[in-house]
Design a protein around this ligand. Structure first.
Ligand code: BEZ
Length: 235
């Protein structure tokens, strides 16, 4: 089949985050090396001075301290230039009042990517949606620089920030307790324990001998109360 659109390989969950150096509104960054030891949400937006992106930036900036409590830093990107970024962020701070948010200062770095090099390395340019703008991509990168979650949204759809926070909480809880998290999990909800390694353990679980509830041999849950989860993942 003829390939008529220029696409580039997209990083995958479990891959090391592609490394780059870039100019940002907070100076140059060396990604992901300088974020070693922290979680990072690297996200792209289509364009400065557009309404959906403005609502998202105000929300990200308002939630920055909450993400920080989960050792999570924010890094934004669009294919606009640095002076556009600076002017847009100043306009947001000085003029925009939205859903109770006002005087919002964006202090996390916003990458200028006029060459689209970074956007292409992260599969943020999706030609079916736009050849000139990045889609709304979200890469959750762990303290070792490994991509742990990828979410893409189209240009018209603003992100759900409760979900982004939930993703960070769930990934960190999974790491801390060696569990998985079921549909719609929130801290305090039951978690899923790994399958029993032997028939004996599976039988004990099914017989209720462990503090685990088994819905079937392959589907067992246990309680971890909210305080315990938060104690492990929240600063
Ligand atoms: C927006 O952020 O509002 C937007 C940006 C690019 C295309 C469509 C909407």
């Amino acid at each position: 089949m003829e390939n008529t659109t220029a696409t580039s390989a997209m990083p995958r969950i479990g891959d090391q985050a592609p490394a780059f150096k870039a100019v940002t509104t907070q100076g140059e960054i060396n990604f992901p090396a300088q974020y070693a030891g922290s979680w990072v949400i690297l996200f792209s937006h289509p364009a400065d001075f557009t309404p959906v992106c403005t609502s998202e930036f105000m929300t990200f900036a308002t939630m920055q301290d909450e993400f920080a409590r989960y050792n999570t830093k924010l890094v934004g990107l669009s294919v606009d230039g640095l002076y556009s970024h600076i002017a847009w962020l100043r306009t947001i701070k000085e003029k925009i009042v939205y859903k109770g948010m006002k005087d919002v200062e964006v202090t996390f770095p916003l990458i200028e990517d006029i060459t689209m090099d970074v956007a292409k390395a992260y599969g943020m340019i999706q030609p079916g949606e736009s050849t000139t703008k990045a889609v709304r991509a979200v890469f959750v990168v762990d303290p070792k620089g490994v991509i742990r979650t990828i979410i893409y949204y189209p240009l018209s759809l603003g992100r759900n920030f409760d979900e982004l926070l939930r993703v960070v909480q769930a990934l960190q809880a999974a790491d801390a307790f060696g569990v998985a998290t079921p549909a719609d999990w929130r801290p305090g909800d039951d978690v899923i324990v790994p399958p029993a390694g032997s028939c004996g353990v599976a039988k004990d679980r099914m017989d209720g001998k462990e503090d685990i509830t088994c819905h079937d041999w392959f589907f067992c849950t246990k309680k971890i109360d909210k305080e315990t989860v938060m104690g492990a993942i929240r600063k």
